[in-house]
Design a protein around this ligand. Structure first.
Ligand code: NDP
Length: 453
């Protein structure tokens, strides 16, 4: 670690105590940027990185709501408005009991670079709540979403801050949030993305993150003259990103053998076919069940509960060619990364945000496999959110083919940016440096142009 990164990190830790995920995200980016700051003293003297690390605005608020039994509930809501140098703040909302300030700051920080890579004019933000939607009735979810929006509405807007979904926030939640925003503001605008198709949503938005992560893997494979045809793939999670990752891998001729949730994972050596995926989509999105139920229906598959005392995740310990972590942060530790490498994995394309620990990333980079970090590989979701904003502004929807073609083009461009930038800064084939530096340069130049604000 260079002296510059060491002193920067000491300051980040001192100023942001008890935010380990935020420290981790900043350290990874700072390591990549050391060479850029050496070549460009103007960025260092303008304290660009130091400014990017400090959110432009952090909003924390009480969400008080009454559930369907008449009980009063209190949750904490947040919106981190991280950086608006290249466009309105843009990033998802996460509803999960683990949500805290540090996790949302890491996500908002990553979002700044990711959004810059998409080539679209979007700044970075993130928000959410420690509310747990799991097992709650639609009425409870609606009441919570309305209470959450009762405060959030005054901070967001189509030209200010445009939230979307993330863990625990899908089409149902976006609907309730949008309805309340519309009622409070008395306006119908593109203030949220991931909306329903008949009220301003974009075709391909639900599919975009998963499809994008697979397109990114295909681009990486293409650099070695390979395709996904016939490749065995491990996918974690079973939510939005995981489902459409499976769909696209199947379409491109690959075979997916795993899916998971926070309780355990299933292994299906016959592959999760179109028909089986339809079952999973109904199970998770309509019946809101657990992945264990897959084995009730498909008897050949094996369910393994996750043991929190175990220091590795057995999902990552199967023979395969590609891995698509699509659940949550730090789901691949150093031991998991080593298991993946020992099992012959040569492509990792991250659908989730920061799913690999710093030690795991180092193992992937040292082994020279094709490793696509989340801020590049999963940028397809926010890219199509950007396309949804464009369609909302024009009040003109595009066809499925048009959006998918644009998504493919954007993922290709992000891949090219990563490859060319890594090369230009002396670390060819290092997609981590390519993504971090590629995302940074555009934001840094915009910040210089706009003065010290
Ligand atoms: P969903 O809520 O639809 O699904 C999340 C899945 O991950 C569920 O299967 C969930 O299991 C599992 N999961 C969540 N937390 C944990 C945990 N702590 N340990 C193990 N499993 C867990 O979310 P998404 O699919 O939208 O998001 C998945 C990842 O992709 C996140 O990292 C998100 O930030 C990232 N991402 C999402 C984008 C999007 O467009 N939605 C865009 C870019 C990145 P369970 O049901 O048990 O909680």
């Amino acid at each position: 670690m260079s002296d510059y990164v060491k002193s920067l990190m000491a300051e980040v830790r001192a100023k942001n105590p008890a935010q380990p995920e935020f420290h981790q995200a900043v350290e990874e980016v700072a390591e990549s940027l050391a060479v850029v700051l050496d070549r460009h003293p103007e960025y260092r003297s303008a304290k660009i990185l130091e400014r990017i690390i400090e959110p432009e605005r952090v909003i924390s608020f009480r969400v008080a709501w009454v559930d369907d039994q008449g009980e009063v509930n209190i949750n904490r809501g947040y919106r981190i408005e991280m950086n608006s140098a290249i466009g309105p703040y843009k990033g998802g909302l996460r509803f999960h009991p683990s949500v805290n300030l540090g996790i949302l700051k890491f996500l908002a920080f990553e979002q700044v670079f990711k959004n810059s890579l998409t080539t679209l004019p979007m700044g970075g933000g993130k928000g959410g709540s420690d509310f747990d939607p799991k097992g709650k009735s639609d009425l409870k979810i609606m009441r919570f979403c309305q209470a959450f929006m009762n405060e959030l509405f005054r901070h967001i807007g189509p030209d200010t801050d445009v939230p979307a979904g993330d863990i625990g926030v899908g089409g149902r939640e976006i609907g309730y949030l949008f309805g309340q925003y519309k009622k409070l503001r008395n306006e119908f605008t593109g203030v949220l993305t991931g909306k329903g198709l008949n009220w301003g949503g974009s075709l391909i938005r639900p599919e975009a993150t998963g499809y994008g992560a697979v397109y990114f893997a295909a681009e990486m494979l293409n650099t070695r003259g390979k395709t996904l045809e016939g490749k065995t793939c491990l996918v974690s999670g079973s939510g939005n990103v995981a489902q459409y990752t499976v769909e696209k891998i199947n379409q491109l001729g690959g075979k997916v053998v795993t899916l998971s949730d926070s309780n355990g994972y299933i292994y299906d050596d016959e592959g999760i076919s179109r028909e089986k995926l339809t079952f999973v989509m109904d199970l998770k999105n309509v019946r809101r069940g657990r992945i264990k139920e897959y084995t009730d229906k498909f008897k050949n598959a094996v369910y393994t509960p996750l043991d929190p005392k175990q220091d590795f995740n057995p999902l990552w310990n199967h023979k395969a060619h590609c891995a698509f972590p699509s659940a949550t942060q730090n789901e691949i530790n150093a031991k998991d990364a080593q298991n993946l490498l020992n099992n012959g994995i040569f492509v990792v394309s991250e659908g989730a945000n920061m799913p690999t620990t710093i030690e795991g990333v180092k193992l992937f980079l040292d082994s020279k496999i094709l490793y696509g970090p989340g801020k590049a590989a999963n940028a397809g979701g926010v890219a199509v959110s950007g396309l949804e904003m464009a369609q909302n502004s024009m009040r003109l929807p595009w066809t499925r083919e048009e959006v998918d073609t644009r998504l493919r083009m954007i993922m290709k461009e992000i891949h090219t940016t990563c490859v060319q930038t890594a090369e230009r800064f002396g670390t060819p084939d290092n997609y981590v440096n390519g993504a971090n530096i590629g995302g940074f340069l555009k934001v840094a130049d915009a910040m210089i142009d706009q003065g010290v604000v």
